[in-house]
Write a protein of this length. Structure first.
Length: 347
């Protein structure tokens, strides 16, 4: 599926905005703060069902009563999302829905400047990053994660009640055990799939023999629903004292290991960028393998963070995808084809 055009109304700082997309590469040029990233965010909402950085009230243009975003594909199909200040609805092939239907979600490779720093940072930041990636591998992942987080929130609120007893936690324990185990299995499997290719792809970018591995760190190692439930029950007294759930996959972490040491602190800036590029290329390959669809690639001002060799690698590996790029300046790798690419000025 190729994106032909996108229209925005009252979205972020855009009162109105129209973008005609090329089948291969579209370059959006504009100064910092003018709303380039918002265009990618709108595309992400209409292809994945939600924003990668904010909630609807934050997205709505200040002073406006609604926002509307529309994508038209090359086959003539159209997807529209409208937020009226209270709720968001999707219109797909003349059918309304509160959520974007799974069958109408399209795989996306999203590359943000902050991704280049993912080797460092907190476990919660790592989880958010890989949750977004894994959701592209399997549509059930995002739903499982959502149900786990809702059950976790309810259990944590219950734990703040002074009159709570371990037995009153049982129903939430069951849900956490069910969805926590599913998340553990998803994450373990997807981490293994990434590691099958990580070294080879990294070597093709960095042109050396350094060893790279993604380590999945979890308290739920080798668990099943019964063991997960048992652990929650054993920790109930402690949870009541702490007033939050102290065990579970919501504490998971993902750590890159570089030549036997954690990459955070041992890998150079260039090596870190090669690791992230390798991960993005693997992400695209796994999505294509699982869905038989080539994901649309959204690149948000990342060329300024990459040296010439890594920019060439990025262009080479995504040459068969539809790519939409934001940048403050012209991208040298596309200079020879500048007449083919429409530079869209943001309003």
């Amino acid at each position: 599926m190729i994106i032909k055009s996108i229209n925005l109304t009252n979205f972020r700082n855009h009162e109105t905005y129209h973008l005609e997309c090329n089948k291969d590469t579209t370059l959006i040029l504009g100064e910092n703060g003018c709303g380039k990233t918002s265009v990618l965010e709108a595309i992400y909402i209409l292809t994945r069902g939600k924003s990668f950085r904010a909630t609807d009230p934050d997205i709505l243009k200040r002073g406006a009563e609604f926002y509307r975003i529309e994508i038209i594909y090359d086959n003539g199909e159209k997807t529209v999302a409208t937020y009226d200040g209270d709720k968001k609805t999707f219109l797909v092939v003349d059918k309304k829905a509160r959520r974007l239907p799974k069958k109408n979600r399209y795989p996306i490779i999203l590359f943000l400047p902050s991704d280049l720093n993912i080797v460092s940072g907190s476990p919660s930041r790592h989880r958010d990053y890989f949750d977004r990636i894994f959701s592209g591998f399997n549509e059930d992942y995002n739903e499982t994660l959502s149900r786990y987080e809702k059950a976790l929130k309810q259990r944590n609120e219950l734990l703040k009640n002074e009159n709570i007893s371990p037995t009153s936690l049982f129903s939430w324990n069951l849900l956490l055990a069910k969805y926590g185990t599913k998340l553990y299995n998803f994450r373990k499997k997807f981490t293994e799939e990434i590691n099958e290719e990580l070294n080879n792809v990294y070597h093709s970018i960095a042109e050396n023999n350094d060893e790279v591995k993604l380590l999945y760190k979890t308290e739920a190692e080798n668990t099943n629903e019964n063991l997960y439930l048992k652990t929650l029950e054993e920790k109930a007294d402690r949870d009541m004292r702490m007033e939050h759930t102290t065990f579970g996959v919501h504490k998971d972490d993902f750590v890159f290991v570089f030549n036997g040491c954690e990459a955070d602190g041992s890998a150079s800036r260039g090596e870190t960028r090669s690791i992230i590029l390798a991960l993005k290329f693997i992400e695209a390959a796994i999505i294509y393998k699982k869905t038989n669809q080539k994901p649309v690639v959204l690149l948000d001002d990342v060329f300024s963070e990459l040296d010439e060799s890594r920019r060439r690698s990025l262009v080479k590996n995504f040459k068969d995808h539809q790519v939409i790029i934001t940048s403050v300046e012209s991208v040298p790798e596309y200079q020879e084809k500048s007449k083919r690419y429409r530079r869209q000025k943001t309003v």
